[in-house]
Each structure stands twice: as structure tokens, then as C-alpha cells.
Design a binder for this molecule. Structure first.
Ligand code: ZN
Length: 374
């Protein structure tokens, strides 16, 4: 387990809320301890006694009119407090700690809330906001360092500052080192999805290509079908309806496959390489070329770059954007000579030094060289 502790930025109302919950936790702990002292000498395991005390609290104490205030507060607080009390007892019996003591207000404020189980764990995004189960969303002084999942949240006060801390699952931890430390350049293309300057490349998955072909066939064969026309009073035919349902299904399938491919690729790259250099995509230039614009939006280049960027915080990588005007595909990666390279030419043949190299690989190597870190 790995824990993160961040300072909360609370207003007066929120401070009061946190203080009330801390008081509630203290009350429950002391309640459990006083009842436990009464049954300490009786037979039975301590965990059974604690469970019985919790039942008394839930079924009787919470229902008394003088304890009505407990119903306005998060019920997760007393659940976690009784759990903590049980843990304190077992630590004591193992000789790891002293017998629990009554909590006093001057000892400080703290309490724990949790999501019911890991399936309800909270997704935390790198922003200055945090969602705490059963309490709501609160502002933070600094943002969460990387996207992660957490189930248990402890809120505590030190002097007049309030903090939230949460533990992360080990497998969600960022790796401690990257197998490759040299800067890697990535060239994105329509024919090969991503070419890396060390010679590795990522192809769009085959099923994605098949699905795309299937989609264009389906659309071409039914090019005259209309889903009705309300202005002309034409009703949609059953066959047209079926056709549009099929189209929607293929679209959904393609979207899922693409999402899956992009997620896997960006995770793999972020785990392997420490420094990534990627072209800043030229939006206006792409829109000027309609055919290219369609192909590019289709490939998910923006999504690819976005995922690399947000995963950089998670995996400790650096993602550098190379100036969009840098002619990465027109420059020779061997001698620096610049020549024109029409899109259809797949191989870079330098007219200066005579080197022949794959167009995308040449561009990727140039991108890696543009890094300011190297
Ligand atoms: Zn050359």
C-alpha cells in the first residue's frame, strides 16, 4: 500500500462539518471502549464482542432521541471507527500496542470514511478537487498527482489545517523505473499508426481495419436508404431501420476497439520510455486537407497524445511537444539535409548523403533529436 496525503481547502461550513464528524468518531470510539470494559472479563473473542457492541449502537443508541444528531452525519464514520477499535484491541492482544485509551478532544481530530467496497472505489483525477464518499466534493490546496483509485479516506486536522489521506492499491502504483531512458520520438501516421525512433512500431489492430471495411461496404450498399423524411411525410422502412441499427452497432464496435487499442498502446509506451517526444499536431493545416483530416480524426491521434500526456503524471514520464512547423519528415535524420517529401513517398532517399530510410522512422528519429532534455 502507498498513501497520499493532501491538504484540503475548506470554507467555514466545511470545517464545521469535518469537526462534527471527528466528534462523532471520538464518541463512537469511547462508546465502544466503555461497553467493552464492561464485558472484558466475559467469555468470547474480542471481535465478537466488538460486533455485539456495534449492533447495540446501530439498533438502540442511534435510535434514542438524544442521539438524533448521529443520523445527520455519515454512517461510514461509525463503521470505520468500530473497525479501528477492533484493530486496536487485536494489536494489543498481539503485544504490538497498549490497551485502547479514551479519546480526548485535545488529542486532535480525525476520522475515516470509505466506499462500501473496491467496486465502489472513487476514481481520483489529477485536479484540485476530491470526492470523498458520503461527504461530498471538496477543494484541495494542490492537485492530486496522478489518476488513481482509492476506497478509504482519512480526514485529519493538524493545527488549523485539514488533510485528507488515502491509500492506493499496489498494482495502481507508478513504476519506479523505465526500461528505456533515452528520449524516444514518435511519428504518427495513417499507414502505420505509430513509429518510434528506436524502430518499434504500433499498427492499428487488424479487427479495427476489418470493421472499417465492413462499415464502408454497409454504407455503400445502402447508400439510397433514408430513415424517412418527416417533411415529405415519408415513413422509415423496416429495412432502412435495420440498416441504421447495423451501422450504429459497427460504429460502436469500432469506437470500442479504438479506445482499447489507444489505452493499451499509451500505457505500454508510458511504462517503457521515460522521455517521449511527439509532434504537436497542426490542427488548421489538417483541416485544410479534407481527406487527411478525416483519416487523422479517425485514427485518434489527439486521443493518443492526450492519453500520453495524462499518463505522464501517472508513470513519471516526460512528454515533449515538438514545434508543429518543424519539418520532421522532410529532414534527413543522417545529414540534416531538407528536401520535399510528398505524402505518397514511403521511403526517404536523401539526395545529399544517399541514405535510404523508412519515411516514418526518419521522422521519428528527427523528433527524438528535437528534445530539449537530451
Ligand atoms: Zn542525408
Amino acid at each position: 500500500m502507498y498513501a497520499i496525503k493532501l491538504e484540503l481547502k475548506l470554507n467555514n461550513l466545511e470545517r464545521t462539518l469535518m469537526a462534527r464528524h471527528s466528534g462523532y468518531a471520538r464518541f463512537c470510539y469511547n462508546f465502544a471502549l466503555s461497553l467493552y470494559q464492561g464485558v472484558k472479563e466475559h467469555r468470547g473473542s474480542s471481535s465478537k464482542k466488538v460486533a455485539a457492541i456495534e449492533r447495540v449502537f446501530t439498533n438502540h443508541v442511534k435510535k434514542l432521541p438524544e442521539y438524533q444528531w448521529t443520523t445527520t452525519l455519515s454512517s461510514r464514520v461509525y463503521k470505520t471507527t468500530f473497525r479501528h477499535f477492533g484493530e486496536a484491541l487485536s494489536r494489543c492482544f498481539k503485544g504490538l500496542g497498549k490497551f485502547p485509551k479514551f479519546k480526548r478532544k485535545k488529542d486532535g481530530d480525525s476520522f475515516t470514511v470509505d466506499a462500501a467496497d473496491w467496486n465502489h472505489a472513487i476514481l481520483l483525477l489529477p485536479q484540485k478537487l476530491i470526492k470523498i464518499p458520503t461527504l461530498g466534493t471538496f477543494r484541495l490546496k494542490e492537485s492530486i498527482p496522478f489518476p488513481c483509485m482509492a476506497q478509504t479516506f482519512t480526514i485529519s486536522r493538524t493545527a488549523d489545517k485539514w488533510y485528507v489521506s488515502f491509500a492506493l492499491k499496489a498494482e495502481k502504483m507508478p513504476p519506479l523505473f523505465h526500461p528505456v531512458v533515452e528520449t524516444v520520438g514518435i511519428d504518427l501516421g495513417v499507414s502505420t499508426f505509430a513509429t518510434l525512433s528506436d524502430g518499434n512500431c504500433y499498427e492499428s489492430p487488424r479487427p479495427l481495419k476489418t470493421a472499417k471495411t465492413k462499415l464502408s461496404k454497409e454504407q455503400w450498399r445502402n447508400r439510397n436508404k433514408q430513415l424517412g423524411n418527416s417533411r415529405l411525410g415519408v415513413k422509415a422502412s423496416n429495412n432502412a431501420r435495420k440498416h441504421y441499427r447495423r451501422i450504429a452497432k459497427i460504429h460502436a464496435k469500432i469506437a470500442n476497439q479504438r479506445r482499447d487499442f489507444l489505452q493499451k498502446t499509451t500505457t505500454e509506451i508510458s511504462r517503457k520510455y521515460a522521455q517521449i517526444c511527439i509532434e504537436d499536431l497542426n490542427v488548421s493545416g489538417m483541416i485544410a486537407n479534407h481527406k487527411l483530416a478525416a483519416a487523422i480524426s479517425d485514427c485518434g491521434f489527439y486521443e493518443f497524445r492526450r492519453e500520453l500526456e495524462y499518463k505522464s503524471a501517472m508513470y513519471g514520464t516526460t512528454v515533449e511537444l515538438v514545434d508543429r512547423w518543424y519539418p520532421s519528415s522532410k529532414t534527413c535524420s543522417s545529414c540534416g539535409h531538407v528536401q520535399s517529401m510528398p505524402l505518397k513517398e514511403r521511403v526517404f532517399e536523401c539526395s545529399n548523403c544517399g541514405i535510404t530510410i523508412n519515411r516514418d522512422l526518419n521522422a521519428a528519429i528527427n523528433l527524438a533529436r528535437q528534445s530539449n532534455l537530451a
